[in-house]
Design a protein around this ligand. Structure first.
Ligand code: C5P
Length: 232
């Protein structure tokens, strides 16, 4: 086993992003001259602690090979993704099998999050390298949170302890692969890696990050995205 664990990145990019309503998958829409996927990958190319980046692609993907980013960094590899985000992540993790130690760390980052800052990435790595299993970047909620049933409010939650979970989510390779496999085998719906780890009994660390690290999901997010990038 390595004395110093290494860090690797997985970018699940096999979704079709129907909610944005565009004819091409949302990660290939352009903001400020670059695709959302390129913005999402860039911090991992620039961070010297990331050894390699594996992008999980849709079997029908015809866009990735046309991007300049693919040839710009020898760190980037691709695999074929699966039917859900978790399957896509697992496919990338399985491709690491021969290369990684169980104690190495994998950072999973959504292809549709173009605003990860270098600072947040560094802080997540610093904190998680010292943690028993790893953690996620997130932000406290600022709105009041309601539980709604059939369009009627039935409860107001105490927002003191409620956070939004973003990506990257950074976990030890062995624990992450085991937890995602277990959740999929037991048919547990997981929308992020932390839920899989939680289901396996771990308590991932929450690391406060920039609240602009949004996932582009609907058409309005694209306008917001333009504004954020122009400000930079
Ligand atoms: O659909 P959603 O916005 O939750 O997708 C989050 C991320 O997971 C996106 O980067 C998307 O491309 C990816 N994904 C995937 N494989 C799927 C579905 C989604 O890699 N089958």
């Amino acid at each position: 086993m390595n004395t110093v664990p290494k860090c690797w990145a997985v970018i699940p990019a096999a979704g079709v992003g129907e909610r944005v309503g565009s004819s091409i998958p949302k990660q290939y829409l352009q903001i400020e001259g670059k695709t959302i996927l390129e913005h999402a990958i860039n911090p991992f190319i620039r961070n010297s602690r990331i050894e390699g980046i594996t992008v999980a692609l849709n079997p029908q993907d015809s866009h990735f090979s046309t991007l300049g980013i693919k040839s710009s960094s020898r760190k980037i590899h691709s695999v074929t993704g699966g039917v859900t985000r978790a399957h896509s992540v697992l496919s990338a993790l399985d491709s690491f099998e021969a290369q990684l130690d169980k104690g190495d760390f994998v950072l999973v980052h959504d292809a549709a999050r173009p605003f990860l800052t270098m600072n947040d990435l560094d802080r997540l790595i610093d904190v998680c390298l010292r943690h028993e299993v790893g953690g996620v970047i997130g932000a406290r909620v600022t709105d009041t949170i309601k539980q709604v049933d059939n369009n009627h409010i039935v409860n107001t939650l105490d927002r003191e302890n409620i956070w939004r979970a973003f990506t990257p989510q950074m976990f030890k390779f062995g624990a992450l692969q085991f937890a995602v496999q277990k959740a999929l085998k037991e048919n547990i719906a997981i929308t992020d890696e932390a839920s899989a780890l939680e289901y396996s009994g771990y308590k991932p660390r929450m690391v406060e990050g920039d609240s602009r690290n949004i996932k582009v999901t609907i058409a309005e997010d694209l306008s917001l995205a333009e504004i954020f990038l122009q400000k930079e």
